[in-house]
Design a protein around this ligand. Structure first.
Ligand SMILES: NC(=O)c1ccc[n+]([C@@H]2O[C@H](COP(=O)([O-])OP(=O)(O)OC[C@H]3O[C@@H](n4cnc5c(N)ncnc54)[C@H](OP(=O)(O)O)[C@@H]3O)[C@@H](O)[C@H]2O)c1
Length: 294
């Protein structure tokens, strides 16, 4: 059985991906920047299943970690860490070593629209993989539901969704479904040199999401709908780095301008079932969190 290397674990997608791969009986090496931290977090989150994991040290910023990390790996899940935007400089050297070590198939956690927005780092990684001759699968998810319970949790705990998306629609996707799609393409056949645009099955406004959160939690959650400038000031006051806020402004602008709502059937096809809905997420993730914070 091929050894599958997973970058980006622990992480929003990496953690459920590792769980899905183990559930399918795959051999998995977690390629972590902090292997001891990864062992602890995955042990806590996955319980006994994590005992079967192998760990390697991979820091994209440290070339000395590359060779040992990729030794024996045949399939690789590639996550671009959010803080790495110069991927040619920061990630390609590691991927070159992976190819030299015999990696035959790379699945890339890309982004919806990467085929059109060629300046995003994911598009550069896609181009690299296409030109390298490796078998590739591009997973291009829409906006993660979990952004609302991670990046935007402080505001959600106060009963607000605070993002500058106006009345635009977003085809929210659950990271657990993106992870399952990753496990499907890495353990199955027929996904080589394919790209999948992974979205939920409905496009909602943030006002509609707030109403669903209210219904599922029994607490009033309102959509604050700040202006881009108010959002910028708020995030700065929270201590978020300017570069990160600018990326978020760009993402919410796509919703405001009506280009984040595209829904595709590709995730349902890969999973053989409907993707998780915002109602599901409201019940199984938001409600327990708001109870904790109540
Ligand atoms: N959020 C969205 O709505 C959305 C939608 C579509 C696509 N995406 C894309 O998804 C990707 C992020 O996925 P995610 O949210 O699952 O990631 P995440 O939860 O932010 O986790 C990032 C992982 O990368 C690791 N990492 C950081 N720096 C590293 C380095 N120098 N070398 C090796 N590993 C390093 C982190 O390890 P440490 O814990 O040690 O830092 C962590 O395990 C991004 O490329 C993003 O653009 C996001």
């Amino acid at each position: 059985m091929d050894l599958i290397g997973v970058t980006g674990a622990p992480g929003n997608v990496g953690t459920p991906l590792v769980a899905e791969l183990l559930a399918r009986g795959a051999r998995v090496r977690v390629l972590a920047r902090r292997p001891e931290h990864a062992r602890q977090v995955l042990g806590d989150e996955l319980g006994e299943a994590a005992a079967g994991l192998d760990y390697g040290h991979l820091d994209f910023g440290n070339r000395r970690t590359y060779v040992a990390a990729f030794r024996g790996v045949r399939r690789l899940f590639v996550t671009r860490p959010p803080q790495l935007s110069q991927v040619q400089r920061d990630m390609v050297p590691a991927l070159d070593v992976a190819l030299g070590a015999g990696v035959e198939h790379m699945a890339l956690l890309s982004i919806q629209g990467a085929e059109r927005i060629r300046f995003v780092p994911h598009a550069k990684l896609e181009q690299y993989m296409q030109e390298s001759g490796v078998a590739y699968t591009f997973l291009r998810p829409s906006f993660f539901m979990q952004n609302l319970t991670t990046t935007h949790l402080p505001e959600l705990r106060r009963g607000e969704i605070y993002v500058p998306a106006g009345g635009g629609r977003t085809s929210f996707v659950d990271v657990r479904d993106v992870a399952e799609a990753g496990a499907v393409v890495l353990t199955g056949e027929g996904h080589e040199n394919r790209a999948y645009e992974l979205t939920g099955s409905e496009a909602l406004t943030y006002g509609e999401v707030a109403a669903k959160f209210t219904a599922a939690t029994g607490r009033l959650v309102r959509y604050a709908d700040p202006s881009p400038l108010a959002f910028f000031r708020h995030m700065r006051a929270r201590g978020v780095a300017t570069g990160q806020i600018i990326v978020m402004e760009g993402i919410y602008a796509t919703a405001r301008f009506g280009i984040a709502g595209r829904v595709t059937p590709e995730l349902a096809r890969l999973l053989g079932r409907a993707p998780r809905s915002v109602d599901d997420f409201a019940r199984d993730t938001v409600a327990p969190l708001l109870r904790e914070g109540a």
